[in-house]
Design a protein around this ligand. Sequence first.
Ligand code: APR
Length: 251
Amino acid sequence: MSDTGRDLERAAGFLQEARSVVVSTGAGMSKESGIPTFRDAPNALWEKFDPAKLASEEGFLADPPLVWQWYEERRRMISTAEPNPGHRAIARLEPHFENFTLVTQNIDDLHRKAGSRNIVEMHGNIFRYKCFNLHHPIDTLPQDERVPPRCRCGSLIRPDVVWFGELLPEQAVERAYTALRKCDVMLVVGTSGVVYPVAGFPEVARAHGARIVEINPESTAITRVAHIFLEGPAGGVLPELVDAFLKRKAA
Ligand code: APR
């Protein structure tokens, strides 16, 4: 058996012994669904666009229509994307554990579309909106010619996503840390591990005794914290890992 095969079996063994599991996903999870990532070439979003202009409060206030339209284009592109076999594999894994928490940095809603349930969205969701001034959710966009449209309080409406320099949703952070402190195994999929606080999650879980398995075509800032590094795309490695786990469980 190849080293990769042995590592995959070891990781499946970790899952077989686990009662509580956390899966943490980043942009790489959705790359095979046609959604570009932020930092890895080609087509890295932050190589083509300036995050300070498009993903910050200052950038939004400097040019609200520019930011609003950029998110409209992204929303249109993402709304045509489908979950890939990696998303579906994670959904298959969920019912097999007492505690299973899916912590995602992705705003594309593909995990929910794939059937996952206990999802913690750390950076919001591109299909949701909120009031810029008061931060309350906006369920239905008002009929308003202005770009961006205005809330009934007169404030601009913005996408309900976390921009650089902003705090993450409190409830999401609480749910994530509760799960990290009690998990036996953490799968870290498709993240470069450079954006905090999520980049620090594997170390928190490991400090509480969890075993860390990373899945990525390239090594990252997280690889040094991982017990096992499974080199490859999420859409290929995750179905294999889940099949190996289910085979062991059935044996
Ligand atoms: N399967 C798994 N991983 C992949 C794949 C794939 N098919 N293709 C690429 N990757 C990996 C890359 O090697 C890289 O490590 O996905 C990672 C993507 O990294 P980033 O683009 O930095 O995305 P992410 O870590 O999710 O960014 C974190 O930064 O810009 C902000 O808010 C944004 O949530 C985002 C955060």
